[in-house]
Design a binder for this molecule. Structure first.
Ligand code: TXA
Ligand code: MG
Length: 324
């Protein structure tokens, strides 16, 4: 009997990976582009673990992977261009950035606090098998440590992440080997944020022969090289000032606390993590900032966050939020 050319995995392994995801853990899966470090996109703490494992000093927004268009439509405001391109290129190496739906259950951390979501249906039988069985969105950046190249074999992932992840699903070498094209469809005109295997010409042909522009900012570069933090539209900035490393609460301020210590004066207080857990804090960061922003205080005072592990990413994000 011939062995099938296309790799499928055992149902037992599918069940294991899916229960792992449901439990808020991270598993590496193959896609046709590169291997992805995947977690339940609706679970902020699970998503925060991705950043910890990648040792990412910033919260770059992540791509959500789904099994089909119907699932994508539950998360984002669908439009005509999205429909055309999804019909033509999904499953495949094209990521669409669209506005989050008002009832979008995906963690705000996945969008780095922004109002858009990047989403795609990967063209890898194993990825599709797992996503179908899971039924929802899996947030997955490339499964490399921050600043390293993307892995295209399971062995690359083992070499780099080793024991940091419980599951590395081997689906063979990635066919495309280059990260997906990222196309922003959330504005008036489509813009290519990251070139990839679905080229500008291919997109242009599908979109009534109007090839989308390529954004000047190269998203593959570290966002710290971007001069103005406001340049990243996907990054959330509260409308009121943010005051960092607060050891007291001034009049008219709301308090974003961290850890068990109490600060006098904070009438409106939200705690990122009362037990001082940085993973929990990362998961709460953007949603807490959003809630405090809406309370119309003069400013948001933020207690010091330890600058270790994922705390670096939290502080990076907070310092961007504090620059006006
Ligand atoms: O091929 C791929 O896209 C792989 C596989 C695993 O699917 N994933 C991948 O993820 O390359 P990552 O995190 O390494 O790159 C995601 C890119 C980043 O450049 C990020 O800034 C951009 O997509 N991105 C994600 N969400 C976005 C959003 N809401 N708005 C703008 N850009 C977004
Ligand atoms: Mg990457």
């Amino acid at each position: 009997m011939n062995r099938p050319q296309i790799p499928y995995i055992d149902v037992g392994l599918v069940d294991n990976v899916v229960s792992h995801w449901r439990a808020g853990e991270v598993a590496v899966i193959p896609t046709e582009t590169v291997y992805g470090l995947g977690a339940d996109a609706t679970n902020g703490q699970a998503v925060a673990k991705i950043y910890t494992i990648k040792s990412r000093p910033q919260f770059n927004p992540l791509i959500v992977h789904v099994a089909d268009v119907a699932t994508a439509k539950k998360y984002v405001e669908w439009n005509e261009a999205a429909e055309t391109l999804a019909q033509k290129f999904w499953p495949g190496p094209l990521t669409l950035v669209l506005k989050r739906r008002a009832d979008c259950p995906i963690s705000e951390l996945v969008s780095a606090g922004g109002d858009t979501l990047a989403i795609r249906v990967p063209a890898h039988p194993v990825a599709l098998q797992l996503l179908k069985a899971f039924g929802g969105g899996i947030a997955a950046p490339s499964a490399n440590r921050s600043g390293r190249v993307s892995p295209t074999t399971a062995q690359h992932v083992r070499d780099e992440l080793g024991d940091a992840v419980a599951y590395i699903v081997d689906g063979g070498p990635c066919e495309v080997g280059l990260e997906s094209t990222v196309l922003d469809l959330s504005g008036d005109m489509p813009v290519i944020l990251r070139p990839g295997a679905i080229t500008r010409a291919m997109l242009g042909e599908a979109l009534n022969h109007k090839a989308p522009e390529i954004a000047k900012t190269d998203l593959n570069h570290d966002t710290s090289s971007i001069k103005s933090p406001g340049m990243l539209a996907s990054h959330y900035a509260p409308s009121i000032p943010v005051r960092l490393n607060a050891t007291h609460v001034a009049e008219g301020e709301a308090l974003l606390a961290f850890g068990p210590a109490q600060l006098a004066g904070g009438i409106t207080t939200l705690n990122l993590s009362a037990k001082g857990d940085l993973i929990e804090a990362a998961a709460n960061l953007f949603s807490h900032l959003r809630v405090l922003d809406k309370t119309h205080h003069r400013a948001i005072a933020v207690m010091p966050i330890p600058n270790e592990g994922i705390g670096e990413a939290i502080n990076d994000r907070l310092s961007r939020a504090s620059v006006k």
